[in-house]
Design a binder for this molecule. Structure first.
Ligand code: AVI
Length: 315
């Protein structure tokens, strides 16, 4: 794990345009900061998707087209704290469906907390957590022949570049049967005045989330990053619908990373790209799905049309 982290850091910081994989945001501190981000007034994504789940849970479940008498697996990729999914779980209980809820996350910490909270709040729901990388878990899907509904919420897909997203959805689709469903949460393209504050909140939580990557390298890779040498610098390209987060060096300086045995030079104004958060419309999603076996069957949106939950099916 540390070796892989060191390798990814070395790969990213050795490029002409420096970058770091956003998956390393999510250690214990990063998980807590992300939970805080989801509660920020500026971070509309969570509220918009929550509204969809609160007000349209029965319609979403109907769109799953599962047979009430047949057991199915409800698998959530990147479950986090599962707040939105609870609405769905409650409605499934009310309607008498027969299922296991299988949350999947790379954070063991997030999974443990989710399992404990669900055990307390919804004790009737059978929860079978799986700890691991989405791609590993996709492989294990092949071993089960039960009907499946996969949830991939929160616009987590947006953190993948389009080509990776397309490959990921292709792989996901190829592990599904024709009656299985994928519920995909996607943040919709909108103007910069709504998007930018979501990634540059007044309280500075997103900044702390971005800086946590530097602190994590200091702690786990014995690096010498000084956060005072960097600014949190988000950008949004409204035409393309792509938000990006950067750490921008305030001055010329160098940083040693013991685990890679190297020293990295930073020029004043030089940026490290730490995250991409893609925004979608039907055309962008359809283009991404073109190489896959998946097609859009339904689309649920919030009242402001900020966010969409698409139901995809294998054709
Ligand atoms: C998890 N993911 C969808 C979030 C996003 O909006 O890209 C992560 C995040 N980064 C900064 N704020 C939230």
């Amino acid at each position: 794990m540390i070796e892989q982290f060191a390798k990814d850091v070395d790969d990213g910081l050795s490029q002409a345009e420096k970058k770091l994989p956003s998956k390393y945001f999510y250690n214990k501190k990063g998980d807590a900061l992300f939970v805080e981000i989801m509660q920020l007034p500026e971070y509309y994504l969570s509220r918009a998707e929550m509204e969809i789940f609160s007000e349209q849970a029965a319609d979403i479940i109907q769109a799953f087209k599962q047979d009430k008498g047949t057991y199915f697996e409800l698998i959530e990729l990147g479950a986090g704290d599962g707040t939105k999914t609870r609405k769905l779980l409650k409605q499934l209980q009310i309607e008498g469906y027969h299922y296991d809820y299988i949350p999947v996350d790379i954070s063991k910490n997030a999974l443990d907390q989710l399992e404990a909270a669900l055990h307390k709040d919804l004790p009737q729901v059978s929860v079978k957590p799986k700890h691991g990388d989405y791609f590993e878990i996709l492989e294990s899907l092949k071993n089960s022949h039960h009907p499946k509904v996969i949830l991939f919420l929160g616009s987590n897909i947006g953190n993948m570049p389009d080509e990776i997203a397309s490959n990921f959805l292709y792989q996901l689709g190829s592990n599904l049967s024709s009656h299985d469903k994928l519920l995909l949460g996607a943040d919709l393209i909108k103007s910069a005045d709504v998007i930018m504050p979501a990634y540059n909140d007044k309280k500075g939580v997103t900044k702390a989330f971005n800086f946590n990557l530097l602190q994590r390298m200091n702690e786990e890779l014995e690096a010498t990053f000084d956060i005072d040498n960097f600014d949190h610098a988000p950008e949004y390209d409204e035409k393309q619908g792509i938000a990006k987060s950067f750490l921008k060096s305030k001055r010329n300086h160098e940083v040693a990373v013991n685990a890679t045995g190297k020293i990295y030079q930073f020029k004043q104004g030089e940026k490290i790209h730490t995250e991409t958060s893609r925004k979608y419309n039907d055309k962008i999603l359809s283009d991404i799905l073109q190489k896959t076996d998946l097609t859009i069957e339904h689309k649920f949106v919030d009242k402001k049309h900020y966010f969409a939950d698409y139901i995809l099916q294998r054709h």
